[in-house]
Design a protein around this ligand. Structure first.
Ligand code: SF4
Length: 447
């Protein structure tokens, strides 16, 4: 019943949003969906701007992936490497070279910048400076509306925070995850609950205006009561944004191995569903508005960078394992630090996979990404890019899912209902799993 994917595509301390396969949705396979792909059309701008992001294809986001962490958390399947005393400088300087090459002559306006990982704030101050200073220069040059850095509790101090603020960072996203030692231990997180308010105060004291806290529910041993307390303690710190994700068991993680060996007992699905409902109730009562399945913000404080992903805006990505999508092409960098440095040295880029987006892929992505937003899939944006009204393309599943109370259709959007959000991935899969048949054809995008 419960859709874990729906709650896992974007935590603050992992490169989740750059992992396009996950963002597209694990449960959907292109081969399961065979629309006719016949006519050529060009992509056009999207228009809906309910959430704080001026959607427009002449804008793009910029993601920088710094893959170092102090240790590897048990549930983490993102490309991050424990530092273990290694010299991080060669990678940092290779990333700065790739950044320069990708942005020196960029046509788009870089609307948002997100420096994530990994844990960027564990870098030595001079290396953090080496990354943030050029990013700050780009933010100024492009008049970016948001510049975020990811951090973990106990990895920020006054000096690093002052550096971030002077570089133009206006938003920090911190991986709090839980306020209970046993739950942090189950996740193999390094920090203590007490580190969270201390780091939060450090950020505030030094002028960080906007702070997101990440929390995880569905942790083995977690109860509705401890989840409720974590939510309240997070709200008491007065962040402007909270991202609350259901724990997922990714293949090849220690957490999954422990589960498979019977050493831990996952939270039941019904309890997770209750936690999800409690999240929305608690945060909405505290003035936060749910604007995406897992994301809640005070009015005007939505994460514009992530909204750009959910609205299928172009994005440039830099660093090992980073995935970018621009000019109708998706690329992926090598997920290996040594290989990345070598490739940047030898040929200036580290791309190991490229893929041209077809109309079919874009349809899937628009549905799977935009339906995550509470506002839903923009009918006008879909028509502008695909050339077809999604209400006609998905007529049969729309009727069925609306009857089941899982989606609602207005004049402007197709959106999940609250009960649909509980099973979001399944609903989206059903929506795209059965397109209309007949004379409808989809464009092949020219890129
Ligand atoms: S802090 Fe933990 S969860 Fe976050 S990227 Fe590093 S290892 Fe992964």
């Amino acid at each position: 019943m419960w859709d874990r994917l729906a709650n896992r595509s974007n935590t603050a301390d992992g490169p989740k949003m750059t992992e396009w396969r996950r963002r597209r949705g694990k449960a959907v396979h292109l081969r399961d969906w065979k629309p006719l792909v016949q006519q050529v059309d060009s992509a056009q701008s999207m228009h809906e701007t309910n959430v704080n992001h001026p959607a427009n294809d002449s804008n793009c986001g910029l993601y920088v992936h710094l893959p170092f962490c102090e240790t590897k958390c048990g549930y983490c399947d993102f490309y991050s490497v424990p530092t273990h005393g290694r010299d991080t400088a060669p990678l940092v300087f290779a990333i700065v070279r790739e950044l320069k090459r990708r942005t020196d002559h960029i046509e788009q306006r870089i609307l948002t910048i997100f420096c994530g990982g990994g844990t960027p704030t564990i870098l030595p101050i001079d290396q953090l400076d080496a990354v943030l200073t050029p990013l700050g220069g780009l933010a100024k040059r492009h008049d970016s509306i948001e510049f975020t850095v990811e951090a973990n509790p106990a990895t920020v101090d006054d000096e690093k925070t002052r550096l971030m603020v002077s570089a133009g960072v206006g938003r920090v996203s911190m991986g709090a995850q839980s306020f209970f030692p046993s739950e942090l231990a189950a996740l193999e997180r390094l920090h203590d609950p007490d580190d969270i308010p201390v780091s939060f105060a450090t950020l505030r004291r030094n002028g960080v205006e906007r702070i997101n806290l990440d929390l995880i529910f569905g942790i083995p041993g977690q109860t509705l009561e401890t989840w409720s307390q974590s939510l309240r303690r997070a709200v008491d710190l007065s962040p402007d944004h909270l991202a609350c994700y259901g724990l997922t068991y990714e293949p090849a993680t220690r957490l999954t191995a422990q589960r498979n060996l019977g050493k831990i007992t996952p939270c039941g699905e019904n309890l997770e569903a209750e936690m999800f409902e409690l999240t929305t109730e608690t945060l909405e009562a505290a003035g936060f508005k749910q604007y995406e399945i897992s994301n809640y913000a005070l009015p005007g404080c939505e994460c514009a960078h992530n909204v750009g992903y959910w609205r299928n805006q172009p994005y440039v990505a830099v660093g090992p394992s980073a995935v970018g999508c621009i000019h109708g092409e998706r690329y992926k960098n090598i997920a290996d630090i040594g290989g990345y440095i070598r490739m940047i040295d030898e040929r200036g880029d580290a791309v190991v996979e490229r893929e041209t987006l077809t109309g079919e892929m874009l349809v899937l992505e628009m549905v799977m990404m935009q339906m995550r937003l509470v506002e839903g899939l923009s009918i006008s944006a879909f028509r502008a890019r695909i050339g077809i009204d999604p209400r006609a393309l998905f007529q049969r599943p729309i009727e069925r899912l609306a009857e089941l109370g899982k989606i609602q259709v207005s004049d402007t959007h197709i959106a999940l209902t609250q009960s649909g959000r509980l099973v979001a991935d399944r609903v989206m899969t059903q929506l795209v799993g059965e397109p209309a048949t007949g004379p409808i054809s989809l464009p092949v995008l020219s890129g």
